[in-house]
Design a protein around this ligand. Structure first.
Ligand SMILES: Nc1ncnc2c1ncn2[C@@H]1O[C@H](COP(=O)(O)OP(=O)(O)OP(=O)(O)O)[C@@H](O)[C@H]1O
Length: 358
């Protein structure tokens, strides 16, 4: 039996907060998503200082939800409005504005979309690490988390404050590890998250493209990496029709079923005439840390073959790597380090730089 939104909300009412009341009565839950046995939500505390000491609150809320029968994967992140600036008074969402053809996103030279046919193949992991690897090669890089079903970039990049809007019109993006960062999920109020449907979502994406000051921290960005939701839905269509997208990269695991879905994503980009820059095979193999044996748990080489068949560049194969997962969960992407995975992402970034005019 799958979990209900109400069950999760009820569990969160059991978590008392300092000063009285509970997480729900004090309106501190944002972007609550219940997806099968997975639950994700954001806890908004009043300030960054409070966020720094609120880990027990976060852990307790995760535990309370995880205790509901049927809940398996529970993820809570803390956020706080930036202290010195007014909180955004923007109404995020709303109906999309009429627009003639694709527009250049202000403050951005090139938009690179990271897509996958299905969820959980590592698209967000690739997005954050590629962003960091490009930055380490001297590029100015932004990262837009456009996956409203589960904002993973705030966790993976370790930045969960709510972005500020001093004038109520423009949005100042966050900054983490030298990357300019924005996540649609961090702008959503809890009630909005569940009622957001196509048109509202499209309006929000347009706001991310038009109202975020992408050049605020670093000047004009060389690359804006967009972490798309999985599949071939409205967000993909809106991005590719409303914004000038330099190219898309499709991430897949070697399994047949993932590849089948990846083909649908490739078809979609072909229909929208968005150039596909290449394919990446993630979770390609596992190197046993004890004996060095290379095991191909999900099969191997399927994505490279598919790329060859379609005449598209194969950008690389990334192994299953525990450190990569732990680093992502800990908010410090593995590409910031010096190991084999950091080198693999540096290699990917080098290929992207080589094929881009900027
Ligand atoms: N190469 C890898 N080695 C080990 N773990 C990985 C690797 N790539 C991704 N993961 C882990 O797999 C999980 C799913 O990855 P990720 O969130 O990047 O996928 P996704 O395709 O963006 O998923 P979703 O569609 O749900 O957003 C995460 O826990 C991540 O840390």
């Amino acid at each position: 039996m799958s979990l209900s939104h109400d069950e999760v909300t009820r569990a969160l009412t059991t978590i008392q907060v300092p000063g009285g009341g509970n997480l729900v009565s004090e309106d501190m839950i944002r972007a609550l998503i219940v997806d099968g046995d997975a639950v994700r939500f954001v806890i908004e505390v009043p300030s960054v200082e409070i966020a720094k000491v609120s880990e027990p609150l976060r852990a307790a809320s995760e535990a309370a939800v995880a205790a509901i029968p049927g809940a398996a994967r529970v993820q809570a992140v803390l956020t706080a409005p930036t202290a010195e600036k007014a909180p955004p008074s923007l109404k995020v969402g709303g109906h999309p504005k009429p627009q003639d053809g694709p527009m250049r996103i202000p403050g951005v030279k090139q938009v690179i979309a990271i897509a996958s046919g299905k969820g959980g193949v590592g698209k967000s992991t690739v997005s954050s690490n590629l962003a960091v690897a490009l930055m380490r090669q001297g590029k100015k890089v932004g990262l837009l988390d456009a996956d409203i079903h589960g904002p993973s970039q705030p966790r993976m990049m370790g930045a969960s404050q709510r972005p500020a809007s001093p004038d109520g019109k423009s949005i100042i993006p966050l900054r983490a590890h030298g990357i300019t960062l924005m996540s649609i999920g961090l702008m959503l109020a809890e009630d909005k998250a569940v009622i957001w449907r196509g048109p509202m979502l499209m309006g929000a994406l347009q706001q991310m493209m038009g109202q975020v000051q992408w050049d605020h921290h670093d000047g004009e960005l060389d690359f804006l990496i967009v972490d798309l939701p999985p599949g071939t839905g409205d967000v993909q269509l809106t991005l590719c029709t409303k914004a000038v997208v330099a190219g898309a990269i499709v991430v897949s695991t070697p399994q047949d079923v993932a590849l089948l879905d990846a083909r649908k994503a490739l078809d979609m980009f072909a229909t929208m005439k968005t150039p596909v820059l290449g394919l990446i095979e993630n979770m390609s193999m596992f190197h046993c840390p004890d004996c060095g044996h290379e095991a191909h748990i999900f099969g191997h080489g399927g994505v490279a073959q598919e790329a060859k068949r379609l005449g598209l560049p194969f950008l690389g194969a990334l192994p299953i790597d525990l450190e990569t997962r732990l680093a992502g969960d800990g908010g410090v992407p593995v590409a910031l380090g010096d190991g084999a995975m950091a080198n693999a992402f540096a290699d990917l970034a080098g290929k992207l730089v080589a094929m881009s005019p900027a």
